[in-house]
Design a protein around this ligand. Structure first.
Ligand SMILES: Cc1cc2nc3c(=O)[nH]c(=O)nc-3n(C[C@H](O)[C@H](O)[C@H](O)COP(=O)(O)O)c2cc1C
Length: 179
């Protein structure tokens, strides 16, 4: 139990966060210290159009049920297709797929030109050569700030044993280097 002296000096609980004390540049640079893998999130719309974008906001959420998350910018042109669709796939890229990561992160006439894939159980494209893939039911979405957090319920997943994953950190791509 807190002593009366401690209670007296404890700061009052504030219901709102303090305004940020840092620049956006500092925030970005600090976030960039978090090394991640790289994914391409893919879907096929009901009219048959292929959708895909590079995303490193992927993370695991729950084992039972199997849940993963990733977040999408409100400004993304794929927002309508991905938020309304029932399924998407998350393709974890292998180290030799850097060019694909760059292509699916930039404006390109046709991101899918020459890209090899197979169709998942619910129609989402599974990129050939990916280190792993998760076929997800589009379970829930949470609007937060300038992004929407997507929680996917994994219906199927597979990986390529021994594949070297593509890594991203500080604006550059890497591959693993055991310590
Ligand atoms: C390594 C890397 C990771 C990225 N991660 C995300 C992400 O998690 N969410 C996001 O919305 N955009 C992310 N982007 C940016 C998108 O890939 C990029 O804005 C893309 O053009 C969006 O496509 P769209 O507008 O067709 O949806 C990332 C870019 C790179 C290079």
């Amino acid at each position: 139990m807190l002593s009366p002296a401690l209670i007296a000096t404890a700061p009052a609980l504030t219901p709102k966060a303090r305004a940020p004390s840092f620049s956006q540049r500092e925030f970005r640079a600090s976030l960039a210290m978090f090394a991640t893998g790289v994914t391409i999130v893919t879907a096929r719309t009901p009219s048959g159009e292929l959708v895909g974008l590079t995303a490193n906001s992927f993370n695991s959420v729950s084992l039972t049920p199997p849940l993963v998350l990733w977040s999408l910018s409100q400004a993304a042109s794929s927002m309508a297709a991905l938020s309304k669709g029932s399924h998407y796939a998350i393709n974890i890229l292998a180290a030799d797929q850097k060019a694909l990561a760059e292509r699916f992160a930039s404006k390109h006439d046709d991101r899918w030109q020459g890209v090899a894939f197979t169709e998942g159980v619910a129609g989402a494209p599974l990129l050939s050569g990916a280190a792993a893939s998760f076929e997800c039911f589009n379970r829930s979405r949470y609007e937060e700030g300038d992004h929407v957090i997507f929680v996917g319920e994994v219906e199927r997943c597979c990986h390529r044993e021994g594949a070297a994953p593509l890594l991203f950190h500080g604006g550059k791509f890497y591959t693993e280097h055991p310590l």
